[in-house]
Design a protein around this ligand. Sequence first.
Ligand code: 6PG
Length: 248
Amino acid sequence: MALDPPTFLKAINVLPNPEAIAERAAQNLSQLVRVVSRRGQKATVALSGGSTPKILFKILADKYAEKIDWNQLEIFFGDERSVPPDHPDSNFKTATDLWLSRVPIPEDQVHRMEAEADDLDGAAQRYEDVIRERVTVNPNGNPVFDLIWLGMGGDGHTASLFPGTEALHETQRMVVGNEVPQLQTQRMTFTYPLLNASSHVQFLVTGKEKAPIIKEISEGQGEYPSGEVAPTYGALEWLIDEAAAAEL
Ligand code: 6PG
């Protein structure tokens, strides 16, 4: 029996500022790895991109390098830009420079999206294959991440699920290439079926510019991609700072 997806309002936590958000998320990761490794498994986590998680990545490298057993973690990316791994816009580069290159996580446990591939769909399929190899699959056949971090853009997008784009309608594939006309680019992104299979989706959203959409989503208004994420069995949590919560 599918549980009713938790509503946004039941799952919102407001913290003072971006540093507090990052500290809480880092604590959550540390506890997750500890608990999951007791089961003899590796924790499977997908990272959000953009600028919000940069503080989190720095804290994980600066304060958790000795606190987390990095052998017990599989890192994926929830979306990626169509740029090579050394490009400043690369989500992989951001996470690697600020965090992953500064902790002893085995290289084959960090999985980069090859979103710059000419055959983007083929690359997305290959990424989904790796997810299916490394992430526990539920009875519906969907991989269940232990934790997926998501951000929210100023237009309400999340991962690279942008308003009005094809990937919003994907019901079978876990990972797809997505044309984003409003940015005149293409991206690789997790789809709703993969996001909604997760054990725990944690939105990390900060800043006053996000407040109006946070308010609309909390009232069930608008059809923003971020507002459509509703894990079937897992926990949906919004970690937002006081600036982003200003209109609640
Ligand atoms: C990306 C992200 C995207 C991001 C939001 C918020 O690749 O850009 O995955 O979904 O989380 O755009 O970005 P900021 O944190 O920079 O506001």
